[in-house]
Ligand binder design. Sequence first.
Ligand SMILES: Cc1cc2nc3c(=O)[nH]c(=O)nc-3n(C[C@H](O)[C@H](O)[C@H](O)COP(=O)(O)OP(=O)(O)OC[C@H]3O[C@@H](n4cnc5c(N)ncnc54)[C@H](O)[C@@H]3O)c2cc1C
Length: 320
Amino acid sequence: MILVLGEHSEGKIKKTTFELVSKATELGQALNTEVSVALIGKGIEGAEGLGTYGAQKVYHIPTLEKYNPEGMTKILHTLVSELKPSIVLGTASPMGKDLFPRLALRTGAGLTTDCTGLKVDNGKLVATRPIFAGKAFIDVTYETEIQMATTRPNSFMLKTLSPDQKAQVIEKSIEPGEMRTNLVEIVKGKSDRPDLTEASIIVSGGRAMQNSENFKILWELADTIGATVGASRAAVDSGYAPHDMQVGQTGKTVNPNLYVACGISGAIQHLAGMRTSKVIVAINKDPEAPIFKRATYGITGDLFQIVPLLTQEFKKVLAE
Ligand SMILES: Cc1cc2nc3c(=O)[nH]c(=O)nc-3n(C[C@H](O)[C@H](O)[C@H](O)COP(=O)(O)OP(=O)(O)OC[C@H]3O[C@@H](n4cnc5c(N)ncnc54)[C@H](O)[C@@H]3O)c2cc1C
């Protein structure tokens, strides 16, 4: 069995969980084994819906209301000991990064963190992860009985197995035991726009933006087409944009339907964060810029002319 640790926020199952279940289903088909999901917490909506992506069973454990690493580890350890999955997967989110090393230690599992790819070879899991600051990738195989991996958000496509399929939800009561720490409060970011990792359209600016003021033209385009704005590391390091807008290997991994790269050269570390975007539009004045090799559509020219023109044209089209 493959067990996926599901994540939720304010009762809603996160997109990253659907992505991971989609991938786990693909692995499960190759291994001829079923996919189950563990959901820990109260008031979680739509657990059955995980069946759409291929999960057969959802183990819902409502005994821990707020995130607590000790309590979560205890609950998951008990569940893993009982279900004996051969593969346990989670997201390389703050929670996954905190929890999986603890769980691996308790269960004696091999763990590969922050993976960008998962496949099956010879009946075993093969996890792909970046090394040397993203300059190369390695395939990790396991010698342990339980194979664990955390994966970067937005690394896998959502795949609907069957829209009407429902997962069997099994309520389980596992006590979290004594906990030495307590989650007091989660402080949310101020922005009312979708987070980059959740956005379906992103307009990103690079070093070519020259200053933070010029990002205004990107925000204008973004507001017109319902997008959010990202940045390259060069733009962030130069102080044109805050770090939470950085896309790339040391920034956020995004997976939008449309990614508009404005004045971004297309360095490997930037591509690492946006290469799974479904459609990439690059605007760059250098026709040799590496981003054009990755782009679905390329516009060669000065972004300070092209971006406002695009905004104007989109406004016209959308008003019709
Ligand atoms: C360990 C490590 C981690 C890294 N992590 C990241 C990361 O997470 N994200 C990231 O982005 N980078 C990352 N980098 C940096 C990365 O290597 C590049 O330096 C960076 O992506 C370059 O940013 P850029 O494309 O904005 O700037 P540049 O490479 O300077 O490119 C600017 C581009 O703008 C074009 N241009 C200039 N003026 C205009 C104009 N008026 N109109 C149109 N085009 C114009 C130029 O032709 C050029 O192609 C990392 C590097 C290292 C070593």
